[in-house]
Structures are given as C-alpha cells and as structure tokens.
Design a protein around this ligand. Structure first.
Ligand SMILES: *Cc1c(COP(=O)(O)O)cnc(C)c1O
Length: 360
C-alpha cells in the first residue's frame, strides 16, 4: 500500500531525494564514508554547502545584496536572534496571525518594544487581518510577518507591501519555495528546513547584508550574530552537515522539476482539489476565511471530536498518515507541502468521500 504522510513537520521529503540519499548514504562519491561522517572542512563537504547556497539563490532569485545562511536552532531560534541583532531597544511591528507569529513577538519583547499592528487572535486566527487596517509604526526597526500560518491554516495570498523605509521580515517556515515572491521586498526571511526544504536541524536565513551590519557586536554573543555566519560561510563552528546536504538534494530536485514557478502551479492544483471538495461537503468544514486559505496546511473538521479522531485513525489504516490537527486547535490537518504529490491529495479526497458516506 502506498503511504502518504501529511505531517506538518518534520514532513515528507520527495521520494527521489530520499532514494538518492539512501544510495549515497554509506559511500559518498566513492570516498568510502557517508557525508555525515566527513569533516565540514574537508574537500567533499564544501561543494555541498556551496551547491545548497547556489541552488537557493537561483531558485529564489537572490541578489548579492543578501547573505544566505544556515543556522541551527530552527525557526524558533530566529525569533530571538533577529530581535537581538536588529531591534536593540527600538520598536518593531508584528502582525499576529497565529501561534508562531505570537511566539516570535514574545521573544522580541526581550530586546525592545513590540507593536502588534493587527491580530486575529480573538477570532482564533481564522483569518489574516486586512493590511489596510494595520497600525504600523512609521520608523519601526522592522516589521515581522508569518507568511503561512502552519497551525491555523491561513496564508497571505500575496505578500504585504512593506512600510516605506522599514525592512520587512518574514517567517516563511511552512511555505518557503512553494510560491514565487519578490525577495527584494524583504530585509530578511527565514525558515526551519523541516517543512519544505529538508530534515530538521537547520534553518535557512536570507538577510540583506546592510541589515546584518546593524548588530551591536558588544551586546550579542558571537554565535548569535548574523555577521559571524556571513564572515565564516555559515561555518564558524560545525554546521549541521547532513541537514545541509539534504537541503542541497531537495533544491536539486526542485530545479529539475522546473523551479519555484513550476511547483507553485502544482501546489495550487493540489490545494484547489482539496478545497473544492471541502466546499461541496457539509460533513467537513474548514474554519479559515476563504480569502486566506493556506495552500500548504489544510485545516478541517468533521461534525464531532469523536469523528475527527475516528477519521485520523481510519485514514492511517488506509495509508494516509499524520492527519491529526495541531494539539492547540484539534480537528484535522492535511499538510501538502512541495513533496506531496497530487496522487496523495486525490487519495485523501477519495478516502474523505468514503468516510463521509459511512458516517453521515
Ligand atoms: C514549524 C514552524 C516554526 C517552528 O520551527 P522550529 O524549527 O521547530 O523552531 C516556526 N514558524 C512556523 C511558521 C512554523 O511552521
């Protein structure tokens, strides 16, 4: 039986990537060792991290004004790290659209003033507040958004316009490389790798070099300064070599597939297929405002919590795994990142139809 894994993260990786990693696992380029057994300073690893960076630059069309960095600690580490480097007692704008943006704002408060420009918290994050209602700070140190809300299942359909003169920073953990966007609209963006880019253990950080230069070096520990990563090619200390290697493979795969525009088209088709079905059913409901629906994390419910649990358990028996909603919100969630093929979404919808008929 084919298994389709709908986990939110760590999430499924492209089969081809997993097979290539397996083929090279114990003997990388005939050197007799696996890549994870090799020194990061050796001859074989440097081309891997260089390729990962070059692939990312090509796929996202990133200019030399930006640094591409690989940092441990996940997206959560960036919540504090970006504020330590860029806030420094000033005021930062945060748009509160989900549990992750909320956590990001909380960390920033340790290093300056946080202005919540808008929040959908009271509405259980069922939508993204319209940008024309945001109460922005004219001279903020930066403005922070979460491009896709992994738990609530909402997503900016188009990225917001930055405040003039204020760098826009985005947590793109759960939709990076799923759609085309203009890098130059951002001062910085970051993503934990384990949703759309590879395994856990590394975060991708892309930051404009002039912004990284704002850090007050006396106040920020060496390992938490962006400049340390820039000056040392992300290898001031031992980087997560295997995670970076996997990221190189995933981005190789994405390039072969035709790049971000090509995967965006497939992602749109997958999401449309699933939402079109949800909209025809009165059995399943999605709480998210139609205009803000995520193309990555599709959140839905059956008529009761008991049926939600039965749905998740029975789906698993049918090879459709990890459909349980986030522990904070319950219900069901299908994460359909880049690696999820259309066949997986079709199999899910077929199962949903059967389950509805049997439990109506
Ligand atoms: C998963 C996720 C995080 C947390 O990532 P970690 O790498 O576990 O710290 C942060 N933000 C968003 C949007 C996420 O989806």
């Amino acid at each position: 039986m084919a298994v389709y894994n709908f986990a939110a993260g760590p999430a499924m990786l492209p089969k081809k990537v997993m097979e290539r990693a397996q083929a090279e696992f114990t003997n990388y380029q005939n050197c007799g060792s696996g890549i994870m057994e090799l020194s990061h300073r050796g001859k074989l690893f440097q081309p891997v991290i260089d390729r990962a960076e070059a692939n990312i630059r090509e796929l996202l069309n990133i200019s030399d004004d930006y640094a591409v960095l690989f940092i441990q600690g996940g997206a959560s580490m960036q919540f504090c790290m970006l504020a330590m480097n860029l806030l420094n007692g000033g005021t930062a704008d945060y748009v509160d659209t989900g549990v992750w943006s909320n956590k990001a704002a909380k960390e920033a408060k340790l290093f300056g003033n946080v202005n919540i420009v808008a929040s959908s918290r009271e509405a259980k994050y069922d939508h993204i507040p319209a940008a024309d209602t945001w109460k922005r700070t004219a001279d903020a140190a930066y403005m922070h958004i979460t491009s896709n809300n992994t738990v609530a299942g909402s997503q900016y359909q188009v990225m917001p316009t930055p405040t003039p003169g204020v760098p826009m920073i985005a947590d793109m953990s759960s939709d990076i490389m799923s759609r085309v966007f203009n890098v130059n609209d951002f001062g910085m963006f970051y993503a934990g790798a384990q949703k759309n880019l590879g395994p856990s253990g590394v975060a991708l950080v892309v930051i404009r070099k002039d912004l990284a230069a704002r850090t007050v070096e006396e106040k920020v520990p060496t390992m938490l300064r962006y400049s340390t990563y820039i000056e040392n090619g992300s290898m001031f200390n031992t980087p997560p070599t295997f995670a970076i290697y996997m990221l190189a493979l995933v981005t190789d795969w994405l390039k072969e597939l035709g790049g971000v525009a090509a995967i965006e088209k497939i992602n749109n088709e997958k999401a449309k297929y699933l939402y079109d079905f949800l909209d025809t059913s009165d059995f399943y409901k999605t709480p998210v405002a139609k205009a803000d629906r995520s193309r990555m994390n599709v959140v839905f419910r059956t008529p009761s919590e008991e049926l939600d649990a039965a749905f998740v358990a029975e789906a698993k028996k049918n090879g459709l795994t990890d459909l349980k909603g986030h522990r904070l919100v319950g219900g069901c969630r299908a994460s359909i990142y880049n690696a999820m093929p259309m066949e997986g979404v079709q199999a899910l919808v077929e199962f949903m139809k059967k389950f509805e008929l049997a439990n109506k």
